[in-house]
Design a protein around this ligand. Structure first.
Ligand SMILES: [Zn+2]
Length: 466
């Protein structure tokens, strides 16, 4: 997952910064026993090494299922199923059925981590300097832990939801998302998906909250292998037809092509709000675009920003190259990888067709490297933003809620593809300089647990309780 729409440049001052005793987090909102419960669960979760191929996810899912049974979930309402070398967990908190279910989404797997490269063992949670360190502390075992702990707390409080709340944990979000696809297929028909692996709050380096990002759309990730083949021959006998020249021409054409400008509710609202906080010409352009997405001058200014151009439509860029087999032979094959980030609602095959048109050479072969699933943007829903408003006002009254379209991908892409409105609404507030998801020495501030638990408690009691 990527929490921040514009990734701040990270200084390489990894550990040993100050974090705790942040005044913004001074008043506890959650009964301390649930904060303790969450910290214990997070630590246990880190010790299950749920990287691809390690085969630990079934055991982890069974451990989580045990906790849910202990909290009062009936065994019949919990499913743990081994799948694709990993596992899924589905747990249903039964409601009165007045409304269609809410799905809570998180993933059990983590990106691999090489202990030799880490300062501390990545699979033992270490509490130090005001942080919890370990692989998955932020992505996504923090979010998973918040969901689990909140469900346990709601059971203990005797909360009776007006709709089923279904915990849906995937086991290969970081790799193939086959378990996610299966979950989305099985659980389709839910009204709302709340994803703990997207969105979240940002705080500046002084500890002041800046904004809450609600992820409501994501671009589709797709790699196309573009290949030219040729009979080849001896390089002392050159001919005009040449696989490398063909490929070079194709690359130049792609470099010059711009996909049409697109927009949706999420990107327009995002430009409106971020524009207001951005100085100068760029800020003005963002606001102008939010009012009129056909404004050519605004489009030009925004598209010159690498961090923003992807918000204006589909982008494709050459990323890898290979070709030829000997210094003294005409190349028989030349290939490049073109990586595309496809705007929500656009079909992968349409992008492939556009690339073929742009290259305009009948000899080209374009192959989609791995199945990519595309999805529409979710609408901005008042019930969801209203619940978020309520949750955030308990901590940071009036803090802006900025909708976000991320460059992808989270489990939400599959839920959206099955027609379910899906929102990344993680309760974690972090500084950009603490953001080490997927990286070395991944960590979360220890004082983030209390507020994140309150966040989920408010969201669920609001969306399933009134
Ligand atoms: Zn994640």
């Amino acid at each position: 997952m990527s929490r921040f729409p514009v990734k701040a440049l990270l200084a390489s001052t990894a550990a040993l910064t100050i974090a705790s005793a942040n005044p913004a987090f001074a008043d506890p909102l959650t009964p301390p026993e649930y904060v303790d419960y969450a910290v214990k669960l997070l630590g246990d979760s880190i010790s299950y090494k749920t990287v691809e191929g390690a085969g630990n996810t079934v055991a982890y899912a069974n451990y989580l299922a045990g906790l849910l049974r202990k909290a009062g979930f009936s065994a019949d309402d919990i499913t743990v199923e081994p799948m694709e070398g990993t596992a899924i967990l589905i747990a249903r908190y039964k409601g009165t059925g007045e409304k269609k279910p809410i799905l809570l989404s998180a993933h059990m797997d983590v990106v691999s981590a090489n202990p030799e490269d880490w300062t501390r063992d990545p699979f033992t949670m270490v509490h130090e300097n005001g942080y919890f360190y370990g692989r998955g502390t932020s992505d996504n075992k923090f979010g998973l832990t918040m969901l689990m702990t909140t469900l346990v707390r709601l059971k203990a409080e005797g909360f009776q939801p007006n709709r089923d709340i279904i915990l849906a944990l995937s086991g290969d979000e970081e790799t193939h998302m086959k378990t996610t696809a299966a979950l989305a297929e099985r659980l389709k028909g839910a009204d709302i998906v709340l994803n703990a692996d997207g969105g979240g709050g940002s705080i500046d380096e002084e500890g002041k909250p800046v904004a809450f990002y609600m992820q409501g759309a994501e671009k589709t990730y797709a790699d196309f292998e573009i290949t030219f083949t040729n009979p080849g021959g001896h390089s002392s006998l050159p001919r005009p037809d040449n696989a490398i020249y063909d490929l070079a021409n194709a690359a130049l054409k792609i470099s010059k092509y711009k996909f049409p400008v697109q927009w949706n509710d999420i990107t327009l609202e995002s430009f409106r709000q971020t524009g207001a906080q951005t100085a100068g010409e760029l800020g003005e352009a963002m606001i102008a675009f939010s009012k009129n997405p056909k404004d050519k001058k605004a489009i030009k200014i925004i598209s010159e920003q690498p961090s923003l151009v992807g918000q204006l439509g589909t982008t494709c860029v050459a990323t890898m190259l290979e070709g030829g087999h000997a210094q003294n032979a005409l190349p028989q094959r030349a290939m490049m990888n073109v990586n595309c980030r496809i705007f929500p609602g656009v079909k992968v095959e349409d992008v492939q067709a556009t690339l073929a048109e742009v290259i305009d050479n009948p000899d080209v072969q374009i192959v989609l490297a791995e199945d990519a699933s595309s999805s529409d943007a979710s609408p901005l829903r008042e019930d969801v933003t209203g619940a978020l408003r309520k949750a955030l006002d308990r901590r940071f009254p009036g803090l802006p809620i900025v909708p976000q379209m991320s460059a992808g991908a989270t489990d939400s892409v599959h839920f959206r593809a099955h027609g379910m409105d899906s929102y990344g609404v993680a309760g974690l507030f972090m500084k950009a300089s603490d953001e080490y998801a997927h990286g070395l020495n991944e960590r979360v501030p220890d004082d983030a647990v209390d507020g994140a638990l309150d966040h989920w408690h408010t969201l669920l009691t609001t969306l399933a309780g009134e």
